[in-house]
Design a protein around this ligand. Structure first.
Ligand code: BGC
Length: 414
């Protein structure tokens, strides 16, 4: 009896020992890639790591812009058990690096020559105090429209080139009984549309002044009143079920021929591809009218937290930055590579356009960080902008009141 107990204790110890060593080769990854297209892209990473014998512990927290994920992360770090790697955007990376809880990736970054291939616009977020703290996976941008080609044809609308033409197209869709604009009423989605409306209404210099420099004069200007007026205009084209709807369900409305278009970042393309839709045949991808040549970007990066010496963590960072992975992942995700030396060969027409637009904007000084997705200002300011934009979009105040509120909210948040 006794020996039986000892035996089972011993075998339990062996199992625990095996688990512990398997665990050492795992990465625990906190992310918000929970839609079909996002999950498909994430599988490219999981499979890549599995091929190297690295296990994956999934920690998904839904919500574009990463607000929810950042709340969960705070709790984990506070309790002293940070995940291995965390999907993160722009200024959040800098904030976490300042707390001295992130790993130093200079070893792998130097060995792999990251400095030479990652654009400065990204490096300014990936490095802190001379140290690489994150591996950039992609570059997305928010000033895109995803349109159903069949419906546009049916209602006799062409691809809009100006704001006025956009409104004409939306009116035609409305008259034909379709949902003109597929949208989900969540603050980050309202703010994603706002990025595009600021850019098309004010132009690049205004965007920089208002969204990046947070200049009170620009924030409180007549141009901003006009921007809010245009947000109200768009509000007239969403369906009554829009409140709270997830972004991928809004994409599904366009995919399923129920809605004409969605103003959304290029992660939306991942949903169309997942549904078997073909760019330029089933759906069109074009920049918000009036913003061709300009790009409001956001880059997903995996920030590596300080979890002690972890081979799996280093391997993950290296895998993310390999040119082959950057191509394979971004083809599925809808984004474009975070390295400048990846061929566009494997990308579809929208991906090729995304890569060309990014290179052109980078060259011309028209590449700006997305406010909605954490690349224009730190989280406190971003959240203040979310609040005002959403309140106004839902009729809580008029455009003049919203403009005034924006000035003070942004000021208070700094
Ligand atoms: C991220 C994308 C993601 C989207 C919706 C954005 O903030 O950068 O990778 O697909 O949110 O979840």
């Amino acid at each position: 009896m006794k020996s039986q107990r000892v035996k089972s204790m011993l075998s339990a110890a062996v199992v625990i020992g095996t688990m512990a060593s398997a665990h050492a080769e795992d990465v625990e990854v906190l992310h918000w890639w929970t839609s079909g297209g996002e999950a498909a892209a994430l599988n490219v990473l999981k499979d890549d790591l599995a091929g190297q014998g690295i296990g994956w512990q999934d920690m998904p927290v839904a919500g574009g812009g990463g607000g929810n994920a950042m709340t969960v992360l705070r709790a984990r770090v506070t309790s002293g058990t940070p995940p291995t790697a965390v999907q993160m955007l722009g200024f959040d990376i800098q904030d976490w690096a300042a707390e001295e809880v992130v790993a130093n990736l200079n070893g792998v970054a130097d060995a792999e020559g990251w400095n030479a291939v990652v654009p400065d616009a990204l490096q300014q977020f990936s490095t802190y105090d001379g140290k690489w703290v994150s591996a950039p996976v992609n570059v997305h941008s928010t000033n895109w429209i995803w349109a159903n080609k069949k419906l546009l044809k049916e209602v006799g609308a062409k691809q809009p080139e100006t704001w006025e033409e956009l409104i004409v197209t939306l009116d035609k869709l409305k008259a034909a009984g379709y949902i003109p604009l597929a949208h989900g009423g969540q603050p980050w989605q309202d703010a994603t549309i706002f990025d595009s409306v600021v850019l098309t209404t004010g132009g690049i210099d205004f965007y920089k002044k208002a969204m990046i420099d947070l200049d009170p004069e620009a924030l409180g200007s007549d141009t901003m009143v006009k921007i809010f007026d245009r947000m109200s205009q768009l509000r007239d084209y969403v369906d009554k079920n829009f409140p709270g709807r997830d972004w991928n369900l809004a994409s599904a409305l366009v995919i399923e021929d129920k809605a004409g278009m969605q103003i959304m970042g290029d992660w939306a393309k991942g949903e169309f591809l997942k549904a078997g839709k073909v760019p330029n045949e089933d759906f069109a991808c074009f920049r918000m009218p009036g913003t061709q040549g300009m790009v409001t970007f956001n880059a997903d990066q995996f920030v590596m937290f300080d979890v002690g010496d972890s081979k799996a963590q280093q391997a993950m960072a290296k895998a993310i930055m390999s040119p082959e992975f950057q191509s394979a992942f971004n083809v599925v995700k809808g984004s474009v590579p975070a390295r400048t030396d990846v061929s566009n060969e494997a990308f579809d027409a929208c991906g090729k356009k995304g890569m060309a637009d990014l290179a052109e904007a980078n060259k011309n000084g028209t590449l700006v960080g997305s406010m909605a997705h954490g690349h224009a200002a730190p989280a406190a300011v971003k959240n203040a902008v979310y609040d005002v934009v959403t309140n106004h979009f839902n009729g809580g105040m008029n455009s003049k009141q919203a403009t005034k509120a924006l000035v003070s909210a942004v000021q208070d948040a700094q």
